[in-house]
Design a protein around this ligand. Structure first.
Ligand SMILES: NC(=O)c1ccc[n+]([C@@H]2O[C@H](COP(=O)([O-])OP(=O)(O)OC[C@H]3O[C@@H](n4cnc5c(N)ncnc54)[C@H](O)[C@@H]3O)[C@@H](O)[C@H]2O)c1
Length: 330
């Protein structure tokens, strides 16, 4: 089965591409390399198209050439803060280009689509762990684009029969257990790589935004999920759609939640190095507690995370980051 992976040179897309390949699928990576890495393509050793998912011609040619059966869409701008400063960039790309991608999907008769959605669609949670039927009241343009795209996908099912699964990731983390792939964002904004950099002496300290939240130790609570388990969920979602599954959305996390201070302590334990913590004021728009209820995907798709433990997640991330001081350019 031929799967077009939009954004497959990025963090989650690359791990999913590798997992697809290892399980006997034929992934084709389609990526602009604006945020992804050419080195990833070498490592993956799969067909690659250097293109923008807003380019209808390039998409049509690729889909026809590789006789694509299904699409996994990881491509997006994904920084909450940046989306507040420049919402046009987010709506024009995540939505505008996303609609072009869907046009190519419809025109070529592709019926199955898997979308990288986000916990950001929920906004400030009313209950934690958050179930899928929790109100989606996102608080920033990035989250709006993810929510809007989920709604577009539902409408495209009703009108055109396009079946989709939107996977709402919480905090993607970790790296390939064998150390072939890792996390390399520029700039890096995710908490675990930043804490690891502090442990490795690549940054002086780590700021903890808010120490008076209603959590075990006053720092924010987040739900880290291993990137391999995200990849596995994509393949389960694909198999579900191939068996005639209907359009739906699932949360992806580990439900127990880890506070930022607990994550820092876990990095110290894994690395054997001390991290300097600098308490800082809360950031506007940051929810205090975010954790996913994942009962639905467990029950309906049999998803059972292989690496739920935070120390394992950190150990995999640490191993890759330590050996790649300049990311994929190391
Ligand atoms: N990382 C997380 O914790 C997290 C959490 C929730 C949701 N998500 C979503 O998951 C997806 C993947 O996240 P990631 O961390 O792997 O991001 P990433 O930036 O590492 O990967 C995105 C990839 O998409 C490519 N891309 C972007 N715009 C493109 C375009 N117009 N045409 C072609 N390719 C394009 C980039 O070059 C990059 O390789 C995103 O949609 C993001 O919103 C991520």
């Amino acid at each position: 089965m031929s799967i077009l992976v939009i954004g497959g040179a990025g963090y989650i897309g690359s791990h999913t591409t590798l997992t697809l390949k290892e399980r006997g699928y034929q992934p084709i990576v389609f990526d602009s390399l604006e945020l992804g890495h050419r080195k990833v393509i070498e490592i993956l050793d799969v067909p690659f198209v250097h293109g923008d998912y807003g380019d209808l011609g390039a998409l049509n040619r690729t889909i026809k050439k590789y006789d694509v059966d299904a699409v996994m869409h990881f491509g997006a701008y994904a920084s909450v803060g940046d989306s507040v400063v420049d919402p046009a960039k987010y709506y024009e790309s995540n939505i505008g280009r996303g609609l072009v991608l869907l046009r190519a999907v419809l025109d070529n008769g592709i019926k199955n689509f898997i979308f990288s959605s986000s916990a950001a669609t929920y906004g400030e949670p009313q209950i934690v762990p958050i179930p899928e039927n929790h109100p989606q009241k996102t608080t920033n343009p990035y989250g709006e684009t993810k929510l809007m795209f989920e709604r577009i996908l539902r409408d495209y099912d009703h009108a055109f029969g396009l079946k989709s699964v939107s996977l709402r990731y919480f905090n993607a983390a970790g790296a390939d257990a064998e150390g072939r792939l890792g996390e390399d964002h520029t700039p890096e904004l995710h908490i675990l790589p930043l804490v690891i950099d502090a442990a490795l002496g690549r940054r002086p300290d780590i700021k903890v935004f808010g120490t008076d939240w209603d959590t075990r130790d006053g720092s924010c609570l987040r739900d880290f999920v291993h990137v391999y388990d995200l990849a596995d969920a994509h393949i389960r979602a694909l198999e579900y759609l191939k068996k005639g599954g209907s359009t739906t959305a699932y949360n992806l996390g580990n439900s127990y939640g880890t506070t930022v201070l607990e994550a820092i302590a876990a990095v110290e334990k894994v690395s054997g190095k001390k991290v300097t913590v600098v308490p800082a004021p809360r950031r506007p728009g940051d929810p205090g507690r975010l954790a996913a209820s994942c009962d639905r995907i467990r029950e309906e798709l049999g998803w059972d995370p292989k690496y739920p433990d935070i120390e394992t997640i950190i150990a995999h991330a640490y191993k890759w980051r330590e050996s790649h001081p300049n990311g994929y350019n190391s």
